[in-house]
Design a protein around this ligand. Structure first.
Ligand code: AMP
Length: 408
């Protein structure tokens, strides 16, 4: 089965094509995709930079001066069946296209074959995810324009969290909020789900028997408490702004601050939105960057604000791990994933240090030697500590395969 995966954002897009032919269960680790394509609109306004690479190692790059996502997509997909990066004879050989869709709201609790009502729902939910759902929908419509009525599947970032019990999902505001769909949805679900299954495979255990905390620490950061193979609590909420301190997002702050700024300093809604999403977190505190690598470089130069940003990040990470522990009432493994989780031994060390009293111990040597999909805990640690390379595109392909395999 040929599955094209599309992860469409507002300023960039990642795609890959898998050819899956398995009689039994899919492997937990992804096979190399036949073809991978990236589009980046972020460097020059109105210019799309296309980068393509195949499993054979053939590469192709091009810049197209256009704002039309459909035009860029058409060019990108042509490289699958034309020129040096050709890997299949014709686009009609693709069986299914899987899309990452950030918000599935209350209704979409599983991956779903896309039809008009699913598209309408994704459009409607744009009010809850204005930075993501419109781009996801544009990707779906661009594929429709190019490939006609090919089967498409929406894989929702909120779905893995959709069984979170009411006591964790409902805000302690007025009850009427729940009727306005103001509840905690959680995000990064595709990555958390992949990591939980991969953790079970690494540990040689049945996922249903494990209590896990997955720490997705990238530009956006969230934790998920996982039990019985589902998320039972998470740190992001109604929007991806709640919870941990992030690259440029504040994470949770006292809502009274917003009332104060609105009343006392006449802030506009747009200003608040910009401050909380773009000028806070590591960037806001350090005044240097949202990138942890630059924060660490500045700390080594003795920069006070960079050190403060690092310290707040760790403090909030520890507190939120503590909160997830409370929801799980126990822990078998702690997982670190995404840009910071996979690449920063300092953050992993600092996070785990706070829980030494519970018997969590990491092997310093393993921690600093660039672990990938590895257990870095000591043999006598009460809890396993895993570093897992996140593979969201593979999880999307897997969801498509499971959903479609029996129908093709
Ligand atoms: P992601 O959103 O998963 O792509 O993560 C991106 C972030 O990961 C960057 O903004 C950095 O903060 C962080 N990152 C990437 N590489 C490293 C590294 N070697 N050390 C520390 N942080 C890193």
């Amino acid at each position: 089965m040929k599955i094209l995966v599309l992860n469409a954002g507002s300023s960039s897009q990642k795609s890959c094509l898998y050819d899956l032919d398995y009689d039994n269960n899919l492997p937990s680790l992804p096979p190399p995709p036949l073809w991978e394509g990236k589009v980046d609109w972020s460097h020059h306004q109105g210019v799309a930079e296309i980068e393509v690479e195949t499993a054979r190692g053939d590469k192709f790059t091009e810049e197209i001066a256009t704002d039309s996502q459909s035009e860029v997509m058409s060019r990108l997909l042509d490289t699958i069946c034309e020129g040096s990066t050709k890997v299949i004879n014709k686009l009609a050989d693709i069986d299914v296209v899987g899309h990452r869709v950030v918000h599935g709201g209350r209704k979409y609790r599983e991956s779903t074959v896309i039809n008009q009502s699913v598209k309408d729902a994704i459009a409607h939910l744009a009010k809850l995810a204005p930075a993501h759902n419109p781009a996801n929908l544009a990707g779906i419509e661009a594929v429709e324009n190019i490939l006609g009525d090919i089967k498409q599947v929406a894989v929702f970032d909120t779905a893995f969290h959709s069984n979170i019990p009411d006591k964790a999902a409902i805000y302690p505001g007025p009850f009427e909020w729940t009727q306005q769909d103001i509840i905690r949805y959680g995000f990064h679900g595709i990555g958390h789900q992949y990591c939980s299954q991969r953790a079970a495979d690494i540990l040689g255990k049945d996922l249903m028997s494990l209590r896990l905390i997955s720490c997705h620490l990238g530009n956006g950061c969230s934790l998920a408490a996982i039990k019985n193979a589902r998320s039972v609590d998470t740190t992001m909420g109604f929007t991806p702004l709640e919870g941990l301190m992030m690259g440029s997002r504040s994470g949770s702050v006292d809502p009274g601050i917003l009332i104060y700024l609105l009343q006392q300093d006449n802030y506009t809604v747009e200003q608040l939105d910009n401050i909380l999403n773009k000028a806070s977190g590591l960037k806001g505190i350090s005044g240097i960057s949202s990138d942890m690598r630059q924060i660490k470089a500045a700390i080594s130069q003795g920069n006070y604000r960079a050190q403060l940003a690092f310290d707040i990040y760790v403090h909030r990470l520890r507190s939120n791990i503590g909160s997830m522990l409370g929801s799980l009432a126990g822990l078998d493994a702690l997982i670190f994933t995404a840009g910071i989780g996979e690449n920063s031994p300092e953050i992993r060390q600092a996070a785990c240090e706070a829980f030494e009293f519970l018997g969590i111990k990491i092997d310093t040597d393993k921690n600093i030697h660039k672990p990938i999909d590895e257990d870095i805990s000591t043999s006598d640690s009460a809890v396993k500590v895993l570093v897992i390379h996140t593979q969201e595109n593979w999880q999307i392909a897997r969801e498509c395969y499971e959903l479609i395999a029996h129908q093709v």
